[in-house]
Design a protein around this ligand. Sequence first.
Ligand code: FPP
Length: 265
Amino acid sequence: MWKKIFGKKKSPNIDLDQDLLATIDKETLPRHVAIIMDGNGRWANKKGMLRSAGHVAGVKALKRTLKAAIYLNLEALTVYAFSTENWKRPTEEVDFLMKLFSDYLEKELDEMDRDNVHIDFIGRVDGFSAHLQKMMEDAKQRTADNTGVRFTVAVNYGGQDEMVRTVQSLARDVAAGKLAPEDIDAGLIDSSLDTGDLPPVDLVIRTSGDMRLSNFLIWQTAYAEFWFTDTNWPDFSKDDFAEALIDFSKRDRRFGGLSKRNGDK
Ligand code: FPP
């Protein structure tokens, strides 16, 4: 699928080819893709492996997907790595995921920096160990001036939790006389969320068959398109990504208005 659509040389595993990139109609690409990387456990179970092996394979799928996003010069990619509910998992699995996050940052940061990726984290980052928080802060600072893909990792993240924190912070500003209640509009709420200056989500991809948002970016996905696949996250390929993007390019997005495509007047 990738080759059929983006041409033979358009593999995200090779250096960016600006000439080929220029042939892709940027108008049809989403600005902001958000991914619910689900099914690591099921992938491992099917193979008779431990869940941790599924998460390791999930990291590889994430690396592939980020490379594809870089190759396509997407503006923003946000991934759901750990939810506020994931603490309910067995301690060994949580500990394993924490180690995986820190290993990922340690091993991948140089390459992400070389790829001009701007890294950020959303969620209650302060719920993590001081070591992991420092690694996240260092990754953010080191890539702060990068102008490529805005790669945001949602960790200890919940959309409702984000809304609660945002409302509390705005309420504090009202109480302190810095804001009038009437100043609070959609734009201010939007920019006060963890996602700050990121564009609204255009496309949500969820792997592994379930068709729900699971408390991910509940405000930011108000007008997003959704693309679901039965493929478990570790098997998510650049071809699957291409298929999602092509499907997105065919959607008629009306944002509550009339269809431009059908010539409604
Ligand atoms: C969902 O699969 C996946 C997670 C809760 C963790 C996502 C983590 C990764 C892809 C690993 C790496 C991420 C980073 C940023 C290094 P699941 O365990 O819920 O699968 P299941 O529903 O089949 O049990």
